[in-house]
Ligand binder design. Structure first.
Ligand code: ARG
Length: 464
């Protein structure tokens, strides 16, 4: 009959289709380091409260150590027919050390076991994601620092709006990613409570010491309700939501990089090593990386949806539906961990065509607001200034001229407040430099913002 650890009350072996359908080992095997860590802490606690002898604990620890070593170096392969990673490790332990292995599951259920495993796993993976986000931000800051005076057009409605700098633009993304970094940290803080001791749903009658396992595993405490402890997957949702938003940010950046790499824009030239060609059109060089980032964001957004829909109809406490949490959150993490360094590589190596950016910024009458504010400084109410500049814009467009190409007489035909100083006010560098309010595009303002961002993230503000 079945070699399943729960087969006592069964009279027949399980159907092969059930085994396939039920099994989570193809995807939950990546939890093995966390499963071993959880079991180690649980065994030490059992010994402390007298449910294991010192010798039994020593055998269990030695068995878990050897399984860990063998899984690490590949001597031991995960059995693909095992039901899940928890069953596999427990069975392997008992195979190796005999009797004491059968005591490991005392006071524990796979329900609190899997809940602790995912938390441990997500704790270490979010830390990797946060490191990758920091590194991405560092790249953005470095590019920004080198481009504090690289003029580019700022857009609204994808129409040229006002002049900004590339530094200002990249600093916007650095600030978005900082929030992603924070959000993941917040989610981990809320997740960091131990479900061990909750058992299947209602704790147990044995004198366990959950606070001890919690402390040993680096949790901030024990979950306050055993039903919640085993049925809560809020932390998967929160982390996945943070990842979906991160991917949304990266997708927005990607959309811009794709536009910027197009011939009509010409703002950037992707590096050959980070672009692809066409099988038919010999001249093509395509920005596949940002396109794929934009595409892959759909996956992570869908992973969040999968988790929410999976949870929304579940009664307390554990239900097998919850096994479906893993592929969703794992795929989200894998996607993000692949995306961040790849997009970073694209961004670091792309060539920035500053002259092209500047000439586009100078077109489209992007200094019209500056002219209106020039008139405001000379006492004209803004609404009237807007009206007068609107007329000048119309006139300039008719003449095929930029505003700064109008003569003083042409200006004064519309507004007597204009004098020679208008030409300095319309000069693109001055338009940018004059917007030096906090958060603005002036090189000084961007530099200040980037410095404090670096301080918050403990990044070396190189070149700033
Ligand atoms: N593989 C299961 C999961 O990932 C482990 C918990 C199973 N619990 C149970 N009562 N059958 O959710």
């Amino acid at each position: 009959m079945s070699n399943k650890l729960w087969s006592g009350r069964f009279t027949a072996a399980t159907d092969a289709l059930l085994d396939d359908f039920n099994s989570s080992i193809p995807f939950d095997q990546r939890l093995w380091p966390d499963d071993i860590a959880g079991s180690r802490a649980h065994a030490r606690m059992l010994e402390h409260v007298g449910l294991l002898t010192t010798e039994e604990l020593a055998a269990i620890e030695q068995g878990l150590d050897s399984i860990e070593a063998d899984l690490t170096d590949g001597t031991l392969a995960v059995d693909p027919t095992a039901e899940d990673i928890h069953m596999f490790i427990e069975a392997e332990l008992t195979r190796r050390i005999g009797e004491p292995g059968r005591k490991l599951h005392t006071g524990r259920s796979r329900n609190d076991q899997v809940a602790v495993d995912i938390r441990l796993y997500l704790r270490r993976m979010t830390s990797e994601v946060r490191t990758a986000i920091r590194s991405f931000i560092e790249t953005l800051v470095e590019i920004a620092a080198a481009n504090l005076r690289t003029i580019m057009p700022g857009f609204t409605h994808l129409q040229i709006a006002q002049p900004i700098t590339l530094a200002h633009h990249f600093s916007a993304y650095a600030h978005m990613l900082e929030r992603d970094w924070q959000r993941l940290g917040d989610a981990v803080d809320r997740m960091n409570y131990s479900p061990l001791g909750a058992g299947a749903l209602a704790t147990c009658t044995l004198p366990l010491d959950p606070a001890r396992t919690a402390a040993e595993l680096g949790f901030d405490g024990v979950c306050g309700n055993s039903l919640d402890a085993v049925s809560d997957r809020d932390f998967c949702v929160e982390i996945c939501a943070a990842l979906a938003l991160l991917m949304t940010h990266l997708s927005r950046l990607s959309e811009e990089l794709i536009l910027w790499a197009s011939t009509p824009f010409g703002f950037i030239t992707p590096d050959d090593a980070w672009s692809t060609g066409s099988s038919m059109m010999p001249q093509k060089k395509n920005p596949d990386i940002p396109e794929l980032v934009r595409g892959k964001s759909a996956r992570v957004i869908s992973n969040l949806n999968t988790l929410l829909v999976m949870l929304k109809g579940l009664p307390l406490a554990y239900n097998k539906d919850m096994q479906e949490d893993k592929e969703a959150i794992f795929e989200a993490l894998d996607t993000v961990l692949l995306t961040l360094p790849t997009l970073q590589g694209f961004v670091v190596t792309m060539k920035i065509n500053s002259e092209r950016m500047r000439s586009v910024a100078e077109s489209g009458l992007s200094n019209a607001t500056d002219l209106a504010e020039y008139l405001v400084r000379r006492g004209l109410p803004f609404r009237q200034a807007h009206e007068q500049v609107g007329k000048l814009v119309y006139y300039a467009l008719e003449q095929g001229k930029k505003l700064e190409e109008l003569s003083l007489d042409e200006f004064r035909a519309q507004s007597s407040l204009v004098d020679d100083s208008v030409y300095a006010a319309l000069k693109i560098e001055n338009c940018v430099a004059a917007r030096d309010l906090p958060g603005g595009p002036a090189p000084t303002a961007v530099e200040t913002a980037l410095r404090s961002l670096c301080e918050r993230l403990d990044l070396s503000a190189k070149n700033l």
